[in-house]
Design a protein around this ligand. Sequence first.
Ligand code: F6P
Length: 387
Amino acid sequence: MKIAILTSGGDSAGMNAVVRSVVKAAILKGCEAWIVREGYEGLVRGNAEAEGTSSYAPPVVPHHSEFPPAAMDIINNLRFGDGELLRDGTGDYSHGRTLKGRYIVRVGWDDVRGWFTEGGTLIGTARSKEFRTPEGRLAAAHNLIKEGIDALVPKATTHSHLKIVGLVGSIDNDMSMTDLTIGAPTALHRICEAIDNINSTAFSHSRAFVLEVMGRHCGWLALLAGVAGGADFLFIPEQPPKSQPWEDQMCEAIHQHRAVGKRKTLVIVAEGAHDLDLQPIRAEYVKDILTDRLGLDTRVTTLGHTQRGGRPCAMDRILPTLQGIKAVEALLEANPDTPSYMIGIQENKITMVPLIEAVAMTKAVTTAIEEKDFEKAMRLRDPEFRE
Ligand code: F6P
């Protein structure tokens, strides 16, 4: 079997660890491992630009009929040397000097060596406009068929003509039917470090800080950072402040904290936060309220993409490694009747759930929020929730 992997959408720490794991698990299972560079954009472009120019002949990959089930075996089996394609004589893939218009590329064991420590995605990602058009999808399908790819491991999405298994890389932890998405633990860790830094300067000056964190429509990062960093008040999309106007509720809580002697104040605002009427709650506005009503010397810090970049924490190396192995197993077990799976984790166990169901459940959260059914939105975030 030829298994291809691509990364798409926003990058996250741990994506390279997934690629490494899928490539190595595929090779250990006797499959060919391929990558698609630049996400769905690469799928659309294929290898047309380089057609006829490559004299590359893929090396013979040792066949392993027995796949060792544990990640330990991957670590202990570093003995292949079929990674010449990405290196292509220069020994340097990550600076993109070697692939010359080839977007669907066979890779070997050595190509992904050490990738679990690297941030972002080394095979590139893109939000492809072309792939959203029927022509683009047709070109993508054609390119996969041309290269003889049987199976694809993308970030969660759906197709019908291929065996598909989705892995979810997202700092937002916004996918239903899984406890954790790849990259979310690292992003949370970054936020906690930033809060520690903010806390010390806030304490010195007895200041208030309003911290805006990412998460799109999901409040997971804000909520957990609030718990881990000791926030005084926080705003998340799934559960807006219950009272309207919320300004009174926030000021009352912070006033009480100050009254018992707190020298610093931390308010966390998820970027997708809003009030009960779905009016956005902005960090700058929160700052003005704290300044004007409570007389606090207040600053705003927006962490932005610092939350997304950088080296993955341990969990974002372990989780993708285990999930990558599971993804390959799922592809090899798949028959025409098996649905496409999403690989998740629930209660510390790596899981496989129908991809379509997980995507539908995730969309249902945003719909519940749009319909102001915040209780339902919170229930839907529970990985075990079924309607
Ligand atoms: O989905 C990940 C994420 O970082 C969100 O938290 C954020 O809203 C968005 O992507 C930012 O996207 P971009 O990198 O395109 O600015």
